[in-house]
Design a protein around this ligand. Structure first.
Ligand SMILES: [Zn+2]
Length: 146
């Protein structure tokens, strides 16, 4: 009998009913999982929260409650907010780095374009004076390449 109870019912020293709300999410082989969420939220509140959700959302909710409880136990002041803040900071840093890199790409592209125009302009200026092709071949002001 004792080995068939879920972690919650074992912890609460009660009989585990066949339709136990905790049973699918707090297996007997992981008593610490229930102990954590019970410590932070209380068994009654966890039961109510799970009961209010559709069955397909309960496993994720139990995982989230467990994660948040773990964070709150490790950091009683900020809980998971500290991690969320750190992740927001990482996103902000990555976005700043991306914006900087995009600005550099625009800058270097413009610089390369400018150098290319200067080279073409120099080539066009020198060509009629230094080659035998003369004005008739490269007569237009259009640069020979881009
Ligand atoms: Zn149970």
């Amino acid at each position: 009998m004792a080995c068939t109870r879920c972690a919650a019912c074992k912890y609460l020293r009660r009989k585990c009913p066949s339709d136990c709300i905790f049973s699918p999410y707090f297996p007997a082989n992981n008593p610490q999982r229930f102990a954590s969420v019970h410590r932070i939220y209380g068994a009654s509140n966890i039961g109510k929260m799970l009961q209010q959700l559709h069955v397909h959302l309960r496993a994720e909710a139990a995982d989230t409650l467990h994660y948040e409880a773990q964070c709150r136990i490790q950091d009683p002041v900020y809980g998971c907010v500290r991690i969320i803040t750190q992740l927001h900071q990482q996103i902000h840093n990555a976005q700043s780095q991306l914006a900087k890199t995009q600005a550099e790409i625009v800058f270097f592209t413009a610089q390369a374009h400018e150098e290319l125009q200067e080279a073409a302009s120099t080539f066009n200026t020198l060509l009629p004076q230094q080659s035998d092709f003369g004005q008739s071949f490269y007569g237009s002001s259009t640069p020979p390449f881009y």
